[in-house]
Design a binder for this molecule. Structure first.
Ligand SMILES: *Cc1c(COP(=O)(O)O)cnc(C)c1O
Length: 455
């Protein structure tokens, strides 16, 4: 049998609807609260930041939400994305497990993020918005939004976490190639940025700070909205296209996963692959184990508290109940910048509380080791974020070997690492460090959770 087994769907099989897990969960998630009054927010409270169509998706309880024609048309450039059977990796690991992976690195920006960027750009343009502000960590989201903005004539302004801005000039160049502007955050162009710089002129920045800056600008202008690349319900809904396609492709393969694995930063690609399978289970279909893999240096699902918290450092966003390390928590540096966020998608957190998913955390060195094994057997260089999913899948495959089980493992390879080769260079030179977060600063950050956390 051939070692390369690829399951490709025809273009006509791009799903016509996104999937919304809320419709199938036994309990709805806790409400989103206003940061000042602590009362549940309504659609109007979110209107300064997001177009109404996205707000309605954010609060929707419908199982299926139709994908607009123009969005599906752009998806056709790279979707349906391929699903592979990782036969060579199975051999390299000498495991009886069957390993499949869905590859989202085929998008022009190199990750799953354009799945939601295109949708968000479409709805903003439809409502007459001219400009989008957003933040980016390692640059994956910023380049995805820049890519999508170019298709809908939207001006895109990206606040890029300063340390990444300095370390990843090529991601910045990619954003600029798509026509976006990119500012290092914290910057002196916003009040939130200036407040941080006053305290620490050399602040390396964080996603939480960059979000504050982008939100502040969007709130000031009618023709400008804010866009977030993960965490929110509507983002998770857009990413469901990954799992929806994977369901069909597993059927083509005549197989069904026992375990579904994804890396989790804000939770969107993990939810994207896992929620459609969890939905099948909730509607009486086959059961799966869903495993979210996070970085040990920023472990919101495995070490965070399930509590109401802000999404940003400047505390401008509404309060959501999620697994959080505290909005003032500063994780130590590591290469998977896209996983360096203090919170987790409220819907992923809620689903975990319901006992429908598991979480594990690994340090970066073992993740790079798994990624290199993967690259040498499958030929694709995983993004540092995605290397966590690879590690999670390899661990499951090794467990199958110990237990003599031939389970089926499906994981999401959320992106390629072509812009992250400096991280691989560090790995090969042995200069990667697995830094632990500081226990004291975690308890300090948790102690500062807003008081509603107790309720
Ligand atoms: C941004 C990013 C992630 C993490 O974000 P999620 O919302 O948790 O999916 C993972 N992988 C890649 C390649 C990314 O760019």
């Amino acid at each position: 049998m051939s070692d390369t087994i690829k399951y490709l769907l025809p273009e006509s099989d791009i799903p016509k609807d996104w999937y919304n897990i809320v419709a199938d969960l036994p309990e709805p998630p806790p409400p989103v609260l206003h940061p000042g009054t602590h009362e549940p927010v309504g659609p109007d409270d979110l209107a300064p930041l997001f177009p109404m169509a996205l707000i309605m998706q954010e609060v929707s309880a419908e199982r299926y939400l139709e994908i607009p024609g123009p969005v599906r048309d752009i998806y056709k450039q790279w979707r349906p994305s391929p699903l592979f059977r990782a036969r060579r990796l199975e051999k390299a690991l000498d495991t009886p497990a069957k390993i499949y992976y869905k590859y989202e690195g085929v998008s022009p920006a190199g990750s799953h993020k354009p799945n939601t960027a295109v949708a968000q750009a479409f709805y903003n343009a439809e409502e007459g918005i001219k400009k989008i502000t957003t933040e980016t960590g390692a640059g994956q989201w910023g380049s995805s939004m820049a890519f999508a903005g170019a298709f809908f004539d939207l001006e895109v302004q990206v606040f890029m976490v300063k340390v990444s801005y300095q370390q990843k000039p090529y991601r910045r160049a990619l954003m600029e190639s798509y026509g976006a502007s990119c500012i290092a955050s914290p910057s002196d162009t916003t009040q939130s940025g200036r407040a941080i710089l006053e305290q620490d002129p050399n602040s390396p920045g964080s996603l939480g700070i960059a979000i504050s800056e982008a939100v502040e600008l969007a709130a000031q202008r009618d023709d400008t909205k804010y866009s977030l690349g993960s965490v929110l319900n509507h983002v998770l809904v857009h990413q469901s296209i990954i799992g929806q396609e994977a369901l069909k492709q597993m059927e083509m393969a005549g197989d069904y996963p026992d375990v579904v694995v994804g890396c989790a930063g804000g939770g969107s690609n993990f939810a994207g692959i896992a929620f459609p399978f969890i939905g099948e289970q909730l509607r009486g279909g086959q059961s799966i184990r869903a495993v979210a893999v996070e970085p040990a240096a920023c472990p919101s699902l495995t070490r965070g508290q399930y509590a109401y918290d802000f999404g940003d450092t400047g505390n401008l966003t509404p309060l959501t109940k999620m697994h959080t390390l505290g909005s003032s928590f500063m994780p130590p540096g590591f290469h998977a910048g896209g996983l360096r966020y203090h919170g987790m998608a409220p819907m992923v957190s809620h689903t975990k509380e319901l006992g429908l998913l598991e979480a594990v955390a690994y340090h970066q060195t073992p993740c790079f080791e798994a990624a290199v094994t993967f690259a040498r057997s499958e030929g694709i260089i995983p993004a540092p974020e995605s290397s966590h999913a690879v590690k999670g899948a390899v661990e499951e495959a090794m467990r199958c070997k110990r237990e003599g089980k031939s389970e089926t493992i499906l994981f999401n390879l959320s992106g390629h690492g072509h812009f992250d080769m400096a991280a691989y260079t560090d790995y090969f030179s042995g200069s990667l460090e697995d830094k632990n977060y500081d226990e004291q600063s975690l308890s300090d950050a948790l102690a500062k959770l807003p008081p509603v956390a107790a309720s």
